[in-house]
Ligand binder design. Sequence first.
Ligand code: FAD
Ligand code: UDP
Length: 365
Amino acid sequence: MHVPVLIVGAGFAGSVCAERLAANGIKVLIVDRRPHVGGNAYDRLDAHGVRIHVYGPHIFHTNSQRVFDYLSKFTQWRFYEHRILARLGNDLYPFPINRKTINRLYGAAHDEAGIRAHLDHVRAHRDPERTSEDVVLNAVGTDLCDRFFRGYTRKQWGLDLSQLAPEVARRIVTRTNDDDRCFGDALQFMPAEGYTALFTSMLDHSNIEVQTNVGFADIRSRVTGDHLIYTGPIDAYFDYCYGALPYRSLQFEHEHLPAVARYQPVGTVNYPNEEAFTRITEFKHLTGQEHPGTSIMREYPQSEGEPFYPIPRPENATLYQRYQALAADESNVTFVGRLAQYRYYNMDQAVGAALKAVGRLGVPE
Ligand code: FAD
Ligand code: UDP
């Protein structure tokens, strides 16, 4: 079988490429080894009728009007600003760290200037910042680092903060005011009918054929394309010829609580220290769904399993660059997405990267 464009992976990267090509008159076959489209953003109703995010909580936020306008063609939005509390002992504290976090923790009553003075007093001055440890210590000093960051990071990555590139910790802002939102982005919305509905709408085009439960290996020999867009792990594409790129995986523990309307006060509670899991998410906060019961998810990080997170550290970047050099020689293949580019992309960044990738193929964004 021959197709103009074969796309491997039906997450954001692959689906955006499919939609743009199809809208511009190019026929595509998009395959995914999973039984559904949507990649890690896939959501569905659980057995009790509560909408859950199967592969972990996905909160859409962006500063890119272009990405937002593009996705708005496929979904209505529901305004939602995510909030997190961190559990230390029996108490819950706003996270990312803000004025209230510090005042509550230390029994203080600082105004903003007082918080700034406190942080100036405790922060380190590591220059340049070479690791995530440098970033956190420069932002909040040792005590807050040990309470909120060191244990969580050790669980999440199986590594110390000092072993991770600065960009990991730079995802987290520190505030001196009372803003307790997780993200500061200008646009924070959830797809009104969920992510899967967004993907279904995006892929609903006569030029797009979708095949799920189909891995690249299954069709590599029987389907040829003038062009291939590959969004799976880049090391797998090259048969791990330089060795496996490390990815961090997760095990998700879903639980439904039938007679509990609300399990926790905010969408996510982080557990930085004792527990084996990193966080509990209660989906009804994210989706706004009304239901007499509630569904929650615990995330247990692990090294084996589905590749969920590229691990940002210098030796992995070096290994990725060797694969990237091989990719540059594959003239009829585009590598795009979180796994193929080995980049800690958020959803909006994966969409942006896909729009850019099709742009390079001469297809209007
Ligand atoms: P993916 O969604 O991983 O899609 C790749 C697809 O390729 C998968 O469906 C996979 O099955 C398929 N595939 C791989 N190999 C093959 C093969 N050989 N053959 C066929 N198919 C293959 N981003 C946010 O913006 N906000 C959040 O709150 C957020 N939370 C997250 C929470 C978790 C736990 C995780 C893991 C990620 C989160 N993200 C979040 C990031 C978000 O999931 C990604 O940015 C986005 O899904 C990337 O899209 P993608 O298409 O590059 O990759
Ligand atoms: N982090 C932390 N404590 C927290 C939350 C985050 O130490 O309570 C660190 C940790 O290293 C984590 C990183 O900040 O991997 C990025 O956090 P984010 O919430 O952005 O991770 P994601 O949602 O992508 O899993």
